[in-house]
Design a protein around this ligand. Structure first.
Ligand code: NAD
Ligand code: TDX
Length: 334
């Protein structure tokens, strides 16, 4: 199997490449990544020593000529590359429109031309948010209702995929996953920001009251689901990926503080994110019953402890980005 995978110098893509090369040692993966501020080539440096199975190409998914050349040589494309951070999208939406919309369009045109299987990685944020006391969860049929420039461009990219399936017969599937955690996540994101703050002697920062709920899933469980969909997913279908991991932000920070040897109340409240989605929750029945997937990392405390240990052991990976990341937050007052 020859795969083109986009955005693998980022969090989920890096873990995806490592998983694929472990589970399918005969496959070949080409990683197309622009190396934005969020991309770190060093995460897959050891894989670069095996050019028979892994190749890194630095480039933009909006570069139609390059994308077409790469798509022509593979059997399937898995599209992870995106501008992925809500806070950044509120400050400057333009790269989100470029990468998430034009980038997806560029890939779709290439897979259409070369009749190549395509899997589109998306987010549960396309469905908007739920009230804290709503007994319902997001389903494949929940209407789209995105809140931020990030989630609206992801919603737009999903719509492009659906249109390319219906109008041009592109062989595509879509997955919408909840919040991931695990190794190699950029330290701008909630969990690694607080872990690295604590390592640096800085108190964790909770937006608003900290009551917002996210449905946490370990990145490995997300990627295992993507491999199932690639192998057995029905063309044209959407699959929701989630591991029943609902927690509010306050609970997560308190658990992190405890795991790292601090008093559970040693955090600060900072100003809230404008338009902050209240709650995400995924019903993954379709994925579980139709494709037989189930999560492996069902103990959040253990998964979080392993993640803390990873950031402690890999300071050279995140330290160079810490100052610039916190400078951006300081400008936002958060
Ligand atoms: P990330 O920000 O860590 O990584 C994104 C990667 O894409 C980076 O390596 C970056 O250099 C690359 N990239 C950005 N613009 C590019 C362009 N124009 N051309 C080529 N490469 C480009 O993101 P992530 O958290 O790994 O998310 C990956 C995908 O998963 C995204 O599509 C995101 O919407 C989706 N997703 C993420 C989560 C989550 O919790 N992180 C949850 C659900 C879905
Ligand atoms: O310092 C912080 N304090 C805080 O309280 C940060 C960075 C975040 N938060 C809150 C905001 C959210 O309620 O924590 C929650 C998680 O925040 P993020 O890590 O920024 O994630 P979120 O906005 O929920 O989006 C994530 O999940 C869905 C990913 O970044 C998206 O790419 C994915 O689509």
């Amino acid at each position: 199997m020859k795969l083109l995978v986009t955005g693998c110098c980022g969090f989920i893509g890096t873990n995806f490449v490592k998983l694929v090369l472990r589970q399918h040692p005969t496959w070949h993966v080409t990683n197309l990544d622009k190396l934005t501020y969020a991309g770190n080539r060093s995460s897959l440096l050891s894989e670069e020593t095996d050019p028979v199975h892994y190749r890194f190409v630095q480039g933009d998914i909006c570069d139609a000529k390059l994308v077409e050349e790469l798509v022509a040589g593979v059997e399937a494309v898995v599209h992870f590359a995106a501008e992925s951070h809500n806070d950044n999208s509120l400050k400057d939406p333009s790269p989100f429109l470029h990468t998430n919309l034009i980038g997806t369009y560029t890939l779709l045109e290439a897979v259409r031309k070369h009749n190549v299987r395509y899997h589109h990685i998306s987010t549960d944020e396309v469905y908007g948010d739920l009230e804290l006391d709503d007994p319902d969860k997001f389903h494949e049929t929940t209407p789209y209702n995105p809140s931020s420039p990030y989630s609206s461009t992801k919603a737009g990219s999903d719509m492009l995929v659906r249109a390319w399936v219906r109008s041009f017969g592109v062989k595509a599937t879509i997955s919408n996953c909840s919040n991931n955690y695990g190794p190699y996540q950029h330290i701008e994101k909630f969990i690694p920001r607080q872990i690295t703050n604590l390592i640096c002697g800085v108190r964790p920062k909770l937006y608003g009251k900290g009551e917002n709920v996210r449905d946490w899933i370990h990145v490995e469980d997300h990627n295992l689901a993507v491999l199932e969909i690639l192998a057995k997913g029905k063309i044209g279908e959407t699959y929701l990926i989630g591991a029943d991991g609902e927690k509010n932000n306050k609970e997560v920070v308190e658990l992190l503080l405890t795991l790292m040897g601090h008093d559970a109340k040693d955090y600060d409240h900072v100003s809230d994110r404008p338009g902050h989605d209240m709650r995400y929750a995924i019903d993954s029945t379709k994925l579980r019953t139709e494709l037989g997937w189930k999560p492996i990392y069902t103990n959040f405390r253990d998964g979080l402890q392993a993640t803390v240990d990873w950031y402690k052991a890999n300071e050279s990976w995140w330290r160079p980005a810490k100052e610039a990341t916190e400078k951006k937050y300081a400008q936002l007052g958060r």
